[in-house]
Design a binder for this molecule. Structure first.
Ligand SMILES: Cc1cc2nc3c(=O)[nH]c(=O)nc-3n(C[C@H](O)[C@H](O)[C@H](O)COP(=O)(O)OP(=O)(O)OC[C@H]3O[C@@H](n4cnc5c(N)ncnc54)[C@H](O)[C@@H]3O)c2cc1C
Length: 469
């Protein structure tokens, strides 16, 4: 981390010891670490701080607004485990995984946690692999990063919204209202387009696009889904645990497994957050509003569920269908006899859902299993496998934790974050066309891509590869 391996065999470029200025747009996770890594790289080359000015331009009155609110104020900084496992869990799309891989290997979760520990922020992993500061305060992470910035002698200009970028040879001009900033290298770390109230309204993507970068359509990700019709008030606040969540629109469909929370306007919860990007993409494709279904028996096909229901009914004919459903295991791992009745520790279908399941299957209140018709059993299985939750009306970008889409990955070098269109222009963090899952993956990607950008910028300003390197 932050050192030069011999393989890089770099040498100081003659005549490049004059003062250089690196301007970073945005002081969020990626921008702040870009400043820190640029300084460490420059110092590693023996460049005096005075010869590299590092200036962060931040539109908000304070840096790191999103870090402060992340993880519900607790800041899920990263995910534990080996990097290959982290990448697999966190980045479901292969091209995005390939893109973030070199930077995350170069600045890993262990590097990040080591850095935070050196700045007095010990961290701990929860059972699900998410890593948080031990104190539980996102503020501690942000304070540590601000101390890092100060030690890096980075200049922070707040209340400065960059609204223009011009490239002329290998010089840059940034505009922020009346203010002008010249730079020898620029790092765009202005974040994505989600949760605009924190200062991220897509400016970074627009700045990159203004100098010729292709941009993939920006879409909300890790967001709730609002329905055309509000859910039944009796279901609001109820959680379905471990179920399948399916979105379908025309021939398109996608699914996730996990918890779903019914809200006043639609659904939320981990499975919904993960699937929301696909829902938004289906809506953007214009093939009609996707319908969302819950599958109470994910991993078991209809014939297996039908056999399970029939077997149970044949042994418990006098049981009310309602009682069966109230004790029916939800998302069981297997459908053997052990899954028939709920026991301690077995999740069951929430009572609030039972009347609606019965209504949709055409089963009446006092009906016992023995008098259920074959048609009713068939309907019941179909409802349990495809319980329609609602039709999507909106996936709100302002309530999304991240945005997908952004600066096209094919125009950015994944090792250095340098633009393939303009030398010494770098893009990092969420403004790039990737989106990680919930679990600390987005902050890790922002930290790692920021780290790569800062280090590469310092190298580009003060060294050139030696012949043959
Ligand atoms: C509510 C919420 C909770 C989250 N929780 C987590 C979590 O626990 N774990 C996790 O991994 N991820 C989480 N995320 C996502 C994560 O915070 C982001 O992916 C990450 O912060 C992106 O880093 P970034 O540096 O690219 O952008 P940001 O951290 O968003 O920083 C961009 C900065 O650029 C500034 N800026 C924007 N435009 C301009 C401009 N024109 N001029 C100057 N400055 C500008 C912004 O004000 C901002 O300070 C959460 C997001 C939200 C909204």
């Amino acid at each position: 981390m932050g050192r030069f391996s011999t393989a890089e065999a770099v040498e100081r470029e003659p005549g490049l010891t004059a003062r250089r200025r690196l301007v970073i747009v945005g002081s969020g996770a990626s921008g702040m670490l870009a400043a820190v890594s640029a300084r460490l790289a420059a110092r590693g080359l023996g460049i005096p701080d005075a010869d590299l000015r590092i200036v962060l331009l931040e539109r908000n009155p304070r840096p790191g607004a999103k870090i402060a609110i992340s993880g519900g104020g607790h800041c899920n900084v990263t995910h534990e485990g080996a990097v290959d496992r982290l990448l697999e869990k966190g980045f479901l799309r292969k091209n995005e995984l390939r893109f973030v891989k070199p930077s995350i290997y170069a600045f890993t979760n262990a590097d990040l946690l080591g850095l935070l520990a050196r700045y007095g922020v010990p961290t701990a992993a929860r059972e699900d692999g998410r890593v948080f500061p031990v104190s539980g305060f996102a503020r501690d992470v942000l304070d540590a990063m601000q101390r890092m910035l100060r030690e890096a002698s980075a200049e922070l200009v707040t209340g400065c919204r960059v609204d223009g970028l011009e490239v002329s040879g290998d010089r840059f001009l940034l505009r922020a209202g009346e203010a002008r900033f010249e730079a020898d290298a620029v790092i765009l770390g202005a974040g994505g387009s989600a949760w605009g109230s924190s200062g991220t309204t897509g400016d970074g993507v627009r700045l990159a696009s203004s100098v010729g970068h292709a941009v993939a359509t920006v879409l909300p990700a890790l967001a709730p889904v609002f329905f055309a019709q509000s859910p039944d008030p009796g279901l609001v606040g109820v959680t379905l645990r471990g179920v399948g969540l399916v979105a379908e629109s025309g021939k398109e469909s996608d699914m996730r497994r996990g918890d779903i929370l019914v809200s006043h306007r639609g659904i939320s919860g981990p499975a919904c957050l993960s699937l929301s990007r696909s829902v938004a993409a289906m809506m953007a494709a214009g093939n009609g509003a996707p319908t969302l279904f819950a599958d109470f028996f994910p991993g078991h096909d209809e014939p297996s569920v039908a056999a399970f229901v029939l077997d149970h009914a044949s042994r418990n004919g006098s049981q009310l269908a309602k009682s069966f459903l109230q004790r029916c295991p939800m998302a069981p791992a297997r459908l053997g006899p052990g899954a028939r009745e709920s026991g301690l520790g077995v999740m069951t279908i929430p009572n609030a859902f039972v009347p609606e399941i019965m209504r949709r299957a055409g089963i009446t209140e006092g009906q016992t299993l023995s008098v259920m018709t074959r048609q009713q059993r068939r309907e019941l299985v179909s409802v349990l496998k495809r319980f329609e939750l609602g039709k999507a009306r909106k996936v709100p970008l302002d309530k999304a934790e991240v945005s997908a889409g952004g600066v096209s990955l094919s125009e950015i070098d994944p090792k250095t974050m340098e633009s393939r269109l303009h030398r010494r222009l770098y893009c990092c963090g969420e403004l790039l066309d990737y989106a990680g899952e919930v679990g600390g993956f987005n902050l890790q990607a922002a930290f790692s891509t920021g780290w790569a950008a800062g280090r590469s910028a310092a190298l580009a300003l003060f060294v050139r590869p030696s012949a043959g390197a």
